[in-house]
Design a protein around this ligand. Structure first.
Ligand code: PCA
Length: 325
């Protein structure tokens, strides 16, 4: 009798001890991202989540909620800060009003090919990391968009073609650019681009071939002027407290997967540029290089914006500009 009782008592104890020794409960994180599944950023984020899962044997599982389905883009930063979610992706330049450091990659012609964009990122990264730390955030990685060009109803020969127009903005810097081009800016996030065009809220935009394709720009505008004016980035951030709660081995696995995702993402951006520019052509858009006049005028505007940014960004800005020379 006694023996049976003891066995009954011991079996679950032994079982749970064994269980605890071999499998610890998986941590599950939800990850809001702003952009749709067709763009390279989202594909890369999903590969990153898969890498984390396999490198940690399922100890950390990240569920990606793409296309602003969990949080709207402007809310993702705060959601990660406050710990509503522990990880998220966002467009770096969206935080331009919080700190000028986040605007560095939105300045026309400061870094307009992938090599200079890499250089700019190398110079600005420590400052971005430091600024995020202040908000209890940790940077995992950043990946560029293809170079930015203009979508318009008519061909563009000079800035005059923008005067009095209604231009879409996606960051404080693109709002400023619209003003310097003589148009009035309206901030519109990517999911709302088609509606903004069809209701006449905007008649032009500056963005990548990627976003041109994902918003089916050919339904609204016939011309893409491939200015390659700047190369902005998305970043993936985590809540620093949540990160610290992970076992050290999981933290290491996340950082390794992040480094891999960053390298892979920069490669993906290059092929994305080609692929999506070709698709714009296939869909019947006129893709052209900027006229000399438009390019010269845009460079002047870029110089004005560069000066404004340098004034705003102080010593940090000066350090970055020096590294770029
Ligand atoms: N696409 C994003 C940001 C930059 C880009 O190429 C957008 O248009 O909102």
């Amino acid at each position: 009798m006694k023996k049976i009782l003891l066995q009954r008592w011991l079996t679950p104890v032994i079982c749970s001890a064994l269980f605890a020794g071999s499998v610890s409960a998986a941590t599950k994180w939800d990850m809001p991202t702003p952009y749709g599944d067709g763009v390279h950023h989202t594909k890369n984020v999903r590969m990153f989540a898969d890498d984390v899962k396999s490198a940690t044997n399922g100890e950390l599982e990240i569920t990606v909620h793409s296309g602003a389905s969990l949080f709207k883009h402007p809310q993702i930063h705060r959601a990660v800060r406050s710990g509503q979610v522990n990880i998220g992706e966002l467009f770096m330049g969206l935080l331009g009003n919080d700190d000028p450091i986040f605007k560095a990659d939105n300045i026309p012609f400061l870094a307009s090919d992938f090599d200079s964009a890499k250089k700019l990122w190398k110079a600005s990264r420590p400052h971005v990391e430091k600024r995020l730390q202040k908000d209890g955030l940790k940077l995992l990685y950043a990946v560029p968009w293809p170079p930015q060009g203009f979508y318009t109803k008519n061909p563009v020969s000079s800035v005059k073609d923008f005067w009095g127009g209604k231009m879409r903005a996606y960051s404080p810097t693109t709002s400023r650019l619209a003003v310097l081009l003589g148009s009035s800016p309206t901030t519109v996030q990517t999911p709302e681009i088609p509606q903004a065009f069809s209701t006449g809220i905007i008649d032009a935009m500056v963005t990548s071939p990627s976003t041109g394709v994902s918003s089916q720009a050919w339904d609204f505008v016939g011309h893409y002027t491939d200015t390659q004016a700047w190369i902005p980035k998305n970043m993936v951030i985590v809540n620093a407290r949540a990160f610290k709660r992970l076992p050290a081995s999981v933290q290491d696995a996340v950082m390794a997967a992040a480094a891999k995702a960053e390298a892979r993402g920069w490669e993906m951006a290059v092929s994305e540029t080609q692929e999506k520019t070709d698709m714009l052509k296939e869909k019947g858009m006129q893709v052209s290089s900027p006229t000399d006049q438009f390019k010269a005028e845009l460079k002047e505007i870029g110089a004005v914006m560069g000066k404004e940014w340098a004034d705003e960004a102080g010593a940090e800005g000066a350090e970055i500009l020096k590294a770029m020379q």
